[in-house]
Design a protein around this ligand. Structure first.
Ligand SMILES: O=P(O)(O)OC[C@H]1O[C@](O)(COP(=O)(O)O)[C@@H](O)[C@@H]1O
Ligand SMILES: [Mg+2]
Ligand SMILES: [Mg+2]
Length: 334
């Protein structure tokens, strides 16, 4: 049978047993994310036709202006997860605090918390450049049946049981891992079904693409500046190609397929960089490592960072192993 025939729904069921905590609950959760992804995809695709482009006029907890699609995607994911009664808590880039979900069914005690970046790459929404959604899933650590606490969300990335993203691009894809490799599914818009199109995705060991906002060059630490110069030097297989979409999901996706490195370092204008540990760096780092790539804050493994705040930021370097090792060398030299 041609693998492309396999739908995401079938794949989830078939692979349920490979998940060590398998009770079917995580499968239901991934299915709920699949449903919310289709709803948001529908809105994104017709964004120019209805009044959902532009700013909502509100400022989120990050102090950033919220786009209307940030708000809409946030609502759709939270609503879908709430309605399906499979999570006990949700945290989101667009919500200051976490949301507690109390199960109405006393016999059914939910075990999972979900952290989401409902719309990643917000600056690209109005200009029709690909954007995404990022999700991270943990088993709660507080007793089942009690309200979730901050402790359930502030877990190191190594505790993730699943993570993934949806990319709303030339085609819409859902890419995820449950700790057993990374698989990508493409939406067939004609029938609204995701099909396995990218089985067992792997980062090439090295690559020739570097992704960083060079507009901030003057503010970067010397080690990062030296690495950029190294990428641009005419020597061996260099200069590398500079590609920066400005949507983490899209830059990561391209680099995972072609080989490359994405960087959002700390700088004199952003002391911890820009990206959020819990719902951007941890899920992407889990995917990277499951695809033979690497993710670091410049010094150590992203997944081993013990979070202290829901919306904390960390410097982020992620991609092909040899390229991440190289930038860490340059940073260590400084
Ligand atoms: O415009 P900058 O400073 O280069 O930042 C771009 C980065 O910020 C982000 O847009 C942050 O994510 P959000 O859009 O979810 O806030 C990343 O997707 C992207 O890589
Ligand atoms: Mg984001
Ligand atoms: Mg976002």
């Amino acid at each position: 049978m041609d693998l492309r025939n396999r739908t995401l729904g079938e794949f989830i069921i078939e692979n349920q047993s490979s998940f060590k905590y398998s009770t079917g609950e995580l499968s239901k959760l991934i299915n709920a994310i699949r449903l919310a992804a289709k709803v948001v995809n529908h809105e994104v695709n017709k964004a120019g036709l209805v009044d959902i482009l532009g700013a909502s006029g509100d400022i989120n907890v990050q102090g950033e202006g919220q786009q209307k699609l940030d708000v809409l995607a946030n609502e759709k994911f939270i609503q879908t997860l709430k309605n399906r009664e499979i999570v006990c808590g949700i945290a989101s880039e667009e919500e200051e605090g976490f949301i507690t979900i109390n199960s109405n069914d006393k016999n059914h005690q939910n075990k999972y918390v979900v952290l989401i970046d409902p719309l990643d790459g917000s600056s690209n929404i109005d200009v029709n450049v690909s954007v995404g959604t990022i999700f991270s899933i943990y088993r709660r650590i507080t007793p089942v049946g009690t309200p979730v606490t901050m402790e359930d969300f502030l877990q190191p990335g190594i505790n993730q049981v699943a993570a993934g993203y949806i990319i709303y691009g030339t085609s819409t894809m859902l890419v995820y891992t449950t700790g057993d490799g990374v698989n990508g599914f493409t939406l067939n818009p004609a029938i609204g079904t995701f099909y396995l199109s990218h089985p067992d995705m792997k980062f090439p060991e090295t690559g020739r693409i570097y992704s960083i906002n060079e507009g901030n060059y003057v503010h970067f630490p010397q080690g990062v500046k030296n690495y950029i110069k190294y990428c641009q030097k005419e020597e061996d297989d260099r200069p590398y190609t500079s590609r920066y979409i400005g949507s983490l999901v899209s830059d990561f996706h391209r680099n995972m397929i072609k080989g490359g490195i994405y960087m959002y370092p700390k700088s004199s204008i952003a002391s911890n960089g820009k990206l959020r540990l819990l719902y951007e760096c941890n899920p992407v780092a889990f995917l990277a490592e499951q695809a033979n790539g690497k993710a670091t804050d410049g010094h150590g493994r992203i997944l081993e960072i013990k979070p202290s705040e829901l919306h904390q930021r960390v410097p982020f370097f992620c991609g092909s192993k040899k390229m991440v090792d190289k930038v860490m060398e340059f940073i260590a030299e400084q």
